[in-house]
Design a protein around this ligand. Structure first.
Ligand SMILES: *[C@@H]1O[C@H](CO)[C@@H](O)[C@H](O)[C@H]1NC(C)=O
Ligand SMILES: *[C@@H]1O[C@H](CO)[C@@H](O)[C@H](O)[C@H]1NC(C)=O
Length: 279
């Protein structure tokens, strides 16, 4: 009896789950399910070997969700609700303190403010994620948002997309060309009549790196959307692009899931709850 109580006590005190913890979380379902259709995150083995689940927090609010790959120092995907607004484009970049450790602040903040407060943590910061320096002096590549600021409603929500955990090195031509056209025009057309649209946008790691091997250059970028028209009507669509071509290919959600399973070398990938139609 005594032994059992001890074991129970041990489990309680060692359990890594801390209710009310922000930012880097143990599960999206428990902390920020609102960014996923039916509260269901993508499933079946999209996790990299050192994953971090981030409920992206800015000005004391969760804004969207990102699965981050700490080895490649790029996101696997960002998931958000499409809600475009016209506020001015922000340009202040932030980092994610809790990628160092859950004892650090819950909110994203500028590298400068973070290092001012924790000046001994520069190396730990660089180890945990990509920083501004990694994206300087690139040739043919720039900062590609997964959750683009243009799909967010207001100034604060837009600001929350300017974090190094939400971007990948993306071909400048693609970022400003076909990808931008999809983000601005195709999304607007496709979402006509949608009451709520959930988006998941991701990057497939490639064989090349920038910043002396620190940050992976993805081979593909992809984007999928699930649109809720009303309780009984939904539709989906998807695209994929090679990161060295200025072309996006339209696919059904099912085709994208199958394609990604091959690219990630997995048996099965589901990007949205099964209630979202695949064709
Ligand atoms: C920028 O890139 C060029 C060519 O890749 C290299 O020669 C140069 O040293 C780099 N400059 C800095 C400041 O890293
Ligand atoms: C539209 O979505 C909102 C939540 O964003 C919900 O409250 C409302 O009931 C929905 N309307 C319809 C017609 O489904």
């Amino acid at each position: 009896m005594m032994m059992m109580m001890l074991v129970v006590l041990l489990i309680y005190t060692c359990w890594p789950y801390t209710p009310g913890n922000g930012e880097v979380v143990s599960s999206f379902e428990d902390f920020c399910p609102q960014f996923f259709f039916r509260g269901t995150p993508p499933s079946m083995g999209l996790d990299p070997s050192r994953p971090a689940r981030i409920c992206q927090r800015y000005k004391n609010q969760y804004r969207y969700a990102t699965l981050y790959d700490k080895d490649n120092r790029i996101p696997v995907y960002s998931a958000y609700i499409y809600n475009p607004g016209t506020a001015k484009r922000p340009d202040t970049w932030r980092i994610e303190p809790q990628l160092l450790d859950s004892t650090f602040p819950q909110e994203m903040e500028t590298e400068w403010a973070f290092l001012k407060e924790y000046n001994s943590q520069e190396e730990a910061l660089q180890d945990s994620q990509a920083i501004a320096r990694d994206y300087k002096n690139l040739t043919g590549l720039n900062r590609g948002h997964l959750n683009p600021n243009s799909h967010q409603p207001d100034r604060d929500a837009k600001s929350s997309t300017f974090t190094f955990t939400n971007i990948v090195p993306q071909a400048i031509k693609l970022n400003g060309g076909a990808w931008n056209n999809y983000e601005q025009k195709t999304m607007l057309q496709q979402t006509e009549g949608c009451n709520e649209t959930f988006a998941v946008v991701g990057a497939v790691p490639g064989n090349n790196y920038i910043a002396e091997g620190r940050v992976n250059k993805p081979s593909y970028l992809w984007s999928a959307a699930c649109c809720v028209i009303d309780n009984n009507h939904m539709k989906s669509w998807a695209i994929i692009a090679q990161n060295d071509e200025n072309v996006v290919y339209s696919l059904t959600l099912r085709q994208l899931e199958e394609r990604l399973a091959k690219l990630y070398n997995l048996n099965y990938i589901s990007l949205f709850d099964r209630d979202c139609p695949r064709e």
